[in-house]
Design a protein around this ligand. Structure first.
Ligand code: SF4
Length: 208
C-alpha cells in the first residue's frame, strides 16, 4: 500500500471540492510534528493532540509538551493550528505494556503503545466532531507505518471516525523534520520516550 499516493488522492479531492476538514493530529513530539504541520496545515484545520503517557521521566514529558506548544506558537501556517493536551496517564502505559518490558523497540510493546495513544485520539476526535484523526508517528524511520495504519483503521472503525492513513517519512518527511527542528531550535531527544527505550539508549551509549 502506498499511503502517500492515497493521501495525495484524498487531498486533491478536497482541493477540488474546496473543503478544509478538521483534523485531530496526535503528536509524539515537536520535531516529528514539524514537517506534518507544515504539510497538512495547507489542507486541514488542525488540532494537535498531545497524549503521550509513555514518556519517562516526567521532566522529559514536560520538556516535550512545552516544546510542542512553542512550535505551534511560532509556525506560520495557512490554516489555523490549535493545541489540546491529554492526561499524563502513566499507569495506563505500564498496564498495557505489562509483560512486554524486555521486547525490543519496534516490536509488540510498541504496537500496544501506538494503540493506547491512537485510541485516546480517536475518542477525542469523535467526541469533539473532527472529520479525521491521525498521528505524526509514521514519520520516524523506526516506526512501522503498516502497523500504525492497521491499528489506526481498526480503532477508527470502533469509534466511527475516519483515520487519515499516512507514511510521513516518504517525500523526505523525516529529513525535512530535521531541517525544521534546526530552524525552530527544537530540542530533539535521543530516545523514543518510555523508560525501556531510555535504558536501551543508555546501554548503547555505554558500549561506545
Ligand atoms: S519504544 Fe517508543 S513506541 Fe515503543 S513502547 Fe517505548 S515509547 Fe512506545
Amino acid at each position: 500500500m502506498n499511503y502517500q499516493k492515497e493521501l495525495d488522492k484524498l487531498i486533491s479531492g478536497l482541493e477540488k471540492e474546496g473543503q478544509v476538514p478538521k483534523l485531530l493530529l496526535h503528536s509524539c513530539c515537536a520535531p516529528c510534528s514539524s514537517y506534518v504541520l507544515e504539510y497538512l496545515s495547507n489542507y486541514f484545520e488542525i488540532t494537535v493532540f498531545y497524549y503521550n503517557p509513555n514518556i519517562f521521566p516526567e521532566s522529559e514529558y514536560t520538556k516535550r509538551i512545552l516544546e510542542q506548544q512553542t512550535l505551534i506558537g511560532e509556525m506560520k501556517t495557512k490554516h489555523p493550528v490549535t493545541f489540546i493536551a491529554g492526561n499524563y496517564d502513566k499507569d495506563r502505559f505500564y498496564e498495557v505494556t505489562k509483560g512486554l518490558e524486555h521486547v525490543k523497540e519496534g516490536g509488540e510493546r510498541c504496537f500496544k503503545c501506538y494503540a493506547l495513544r491512537l485510541e485516546e485520539a480517536a475518542k477525542m476526535a469523535k467526541e469533539c466532531g473532527y472529520d479525521y484523526y491521525t498521528t505524526t508517528l509514521s514519520i520516524s524511520p523506526l516506526k512501522n507505518a503498516d502497523k500504525l495504519n492497521e491499528i489506526g483503521m481498526r480503532i477508527a472503525e470502533k469509534y466511527g471516525i475516519k483515520y487519515l492513513r499516512s507514511d510521513f517519512k516518504k517525500r523526505n518527511g523525516y529529513k525535512r523534520s530535521i531541517e525544521l527542528s534546526k530552524k525552530f531550535g527544537l530540542y530533539r531527544q535521543d530516545y523514543c520516550g518510555c523508560v525501556y527505550s531510555k535504558q536501551a539508549r543508555e546501554l548503547q551509549d555505554s558500549r561506545k
